[in-house]
Design a protein around this ligand. Structure first.
Ligand SMILES: Nc1ncnc2c1ncn2[C@@H]1O[C@H](COP(=O)(O)OP(=O)(O)O)[C@@H](O)[C@H]1O
Ligand SMILES: [Mg+2]
Length: 206
């Protein structure tokens, strides 16, 4: 329960909770408004594959989150990561931004091909090359695209999980923050359920 204790302590200390998912919570840094602290409760979190094999591999890619520090503890089964703070909604040309994100999701779901992605989005050559680099790697590492095919894969396979909370925004640029969940989520202890029970008395409960 180390991660849970860290999260509770930080919330009580005044770090605003920015969001919470099944595996991790993101809190605002008190040192810099530009930074978020992501605390993960499980070293089986498929986000670690995303971090190790994609984010770290392409540190200058505009479509991945910038990660400033990463610490993990295998004894207590948690990780803490400092990363750039992103927004839940786009700014600037919101309609175009959302259309771009929609096309990105469609591509990862194999609903449109790369040519269609190029014509549907409004990125220039350089931006599109960066986008392509990330998306092709995410695609290659995705085991299960469609939830309906779940039964054909092992429980710990990486299943595509592109709900709105997993794509955040740097101004008008969609940032894929967390592309996968476990194929079978039944064995995963949902941190957001824990938060409902344990963080609700906090004055800063979100
Ligand atoms: N860099 C960030 N800046 C702001 N909020 C974030 C950031 N990363 C994550 N969050 C928030 O925390 C939630 C959970 O993070 P996420 O990486 O999706 O973990 P999980 O695997 O638990 O779903 C996100 O849906 C979002 O609301
Ligand atoms: Mg998530």
């Amino acid at each position: 329960m180390t991660a849970h204790n860290i999260i509770r302590t930080m919330v009580n200390r005044g770090n605003t909770l920015l969001g919470i998912g099944c595996y991790s919570a993101a809190l605002a840094s008190r040192v810099s408004e530009e930074k978020a602290i992501k605390i993960g409760t499980d070293l089986e979190d498929p986000w670690l594959d995303y971090y190790n094999f994609i984010i770290k591999k392409f540190p200058n890619n505009d479509f991945t989150p910038k990660v400033y520090s990463f610490h993990w503890d295998s004894d207590s089964n948690y990780y803490v990561c400092t990363m750039e703070r992103l927004s839940a909604t786009p700014s600037g040309d919101v309609e175009t931004a959302k259309n771009n994100a929609w096309a990105i999701k469609q591509f990862l779901r194999h609903e449109i091909c790369l040519d269609e992605l190029w014509y549907t989005t409004d990125y220039d050559d350089l931006e599109f090359a960066q986008l392509k680099e990330v998306l092709l790697h995410v695609m290659k590492m995705t085991d299960v695209v469609d939830v309906d095919d779940r039964d054909e894969y092992p429980e710990d396979a990486r299943r595509l999980d592109l709900h709105d909370g997993n794509i955040m925004w740097r101004h008008d640029l969609p940032i894929i923050i967390d592309p996968w969940c476990h194929n079978e989520m039944e064995g995963v202890q949902d941190l957001s359920m824990w938060a409902d029970d344990h963080l609700k008395d906090s004055p800063l409960h979100w």
